[in-house]
Design a protein around this ligand. Structure first.
Ligand SMILES: NC(=O)N[C@@H](CC(=O)O)C(=O)O
Ligand SMILES: [Zn+2]
Ligand SMILES: [Zn+2]
Length: 345
């Protein structure tokens, strides 16, 4: 039985680092294991222009722990006022790696997102022309649509039409949560799909059975078990389209354990141990490196990392339940099963 694994250093293709004290507190949790991450732009106010992305990158670099070897890959938040030329300049200078589309009101800090998709057509066409990927939060916000159906409806009403009307646009379906998402991704070329750590572990029962569990609430919300199984199958399949985006999304415990709790699971700390456990259970440990370290860079046209990390299996490894942020705390995602795989220091 395998009890040691060497992987190229992993990358996180969907990460929320926030700003200020929160940034300082969560950044080391990612840089400990990950070499690069796509940094989500949903700050308040959002990172909309190249100048804002450059300033945010500088704040991240300034918050980096001593000796960290980590590259933040910046993104711009697409709005209906986004200037295609500014996007093209930010791409040409190497500042940004992708543009992120949030349907207005779909998730945390998405008020400045897109309502009328026709209004972003010129930017999408420019992106297709220059080969800049579009990352999408794939949920419709129509109040008539049940929250558990919002991803599937998004694929039909928004994603597929965008892909048909903008041939050549490289798209990433972020944090897919359904079999519908898996099936659509498999039917497409020029498309990637990130899968989070937590959606490989929890289904909607984990959120709702035996009392409401705010730390399992995220968007898109976890779905039925059959969908979780489809995600595990996709992540461990070796299919080039599926790669890791943790969507580690810290909120303070005060804001999570609240009558109107924020959406997001904080998984940066223990993601690699959890993933090793999930892949092992599936009999697919040999596919872990492809998921965490190879398919993402291949999609984004970047080299895989040269350095490696080592995981070893032994007595259960423990992680802190919470990390401290100023005088508040952020709860680390609890997978609900023991973790035996430890990342060597
Ligand atoms: N995933 C979440 O539940 N929350 C994310 C936003 C997002 O990725 O949709 C956040 O920024 O908190
Ligand atoms: Zn999202
Ligand atoms: Zn996210």
């Amino acid at each position: 039985m395998t009890n040691k694994l060497t992987l190229r250093r992993p990358d996180d293709w969907h990460l929320h680092l926030r700003d200020g004290d929160m940034l300082a507190a969560v950044l080391p949790e990612t840089t400990r294991h990950f070499a690069r991450a796509i940094i989500m732009p949903n700050l308040v106010p959002p990172v909309v222009t190249g100048a804002q992305a450059a300033a945010y990158r500088d704040r991240i670099t300034a918050a980096m722990p001593n000796g960290a070897d980590f590259t933040p890959l910046m993104t711009l938040y697409l709005t209906e006022d986004t200037d295609a030329e500014d996007v093209a300049r930010a791409h040409a200078s190497g500042l940004i790696t992708a543009v992120k589309l949030y349907p207005a009101g779909a998730t945390t800090n998405s008020a400045s997102g897109v309502s009328n998709f026709d209004n972003v057509r010129p930017v999408l066409e420019k992106m297709a022309e220059i080969g800049l990927p579009l990352c999408l939060h794939g949920e419709v916000t129509d109040p008539e649509i049940d929250i558990f159906d919002r991803e599937a409806v998004f694929i039909d009403r928004v994603l597929d039409p965008i892909r048909k009307s903008t041939p050549g646009l490289r798209t990433v379906m972020e944090h897919i949560t359904t079999k519908d998402g898996v099936d659509y991704a498999k039917s497409q070329d020029n498309l990637g799909a990130t899968i989070t750590t937590h959606h490989l572990v929890i289904n909607r029962n984990h959120i709702l059975v035996g009392g409401i569990k705010p730390h399992y609430y995220c968007l898109p919300v976890a779905k039925r078990e059959l969908h979780r199984e489809a995600l595990v199958e996709a992540a461990t399949s070796g299919d080039a389209r599926f790669f890791l985006g943790t969507d580690s999304a810290p909120h303070t415990d005060k804001l999570k354990e609240n009558a109107c709790g924020c959406a997001g699971c904080f998984t940066a700390t223990n993601t690699m141990s959890i993933l090793a456990e999930v892949f092992e259970k599936q009999g697919a440990l040999e596919k872990l490196e492809a998921f965490t370290s190879l398919k993402g860079p291949a999609f984004y046209g970047l080299p895989a990392n040269e350095k490696t990390i080592m995981l070893s299996k032994g007595a259960p490894v423990t992680y802190p339940d919470k990390i401290t942020v100023g005088d508040e705390t952020v709860t680390v995602f609890d997978p609900g099963f023991p973790l035996h795989w430890r990342v060597a220091d």
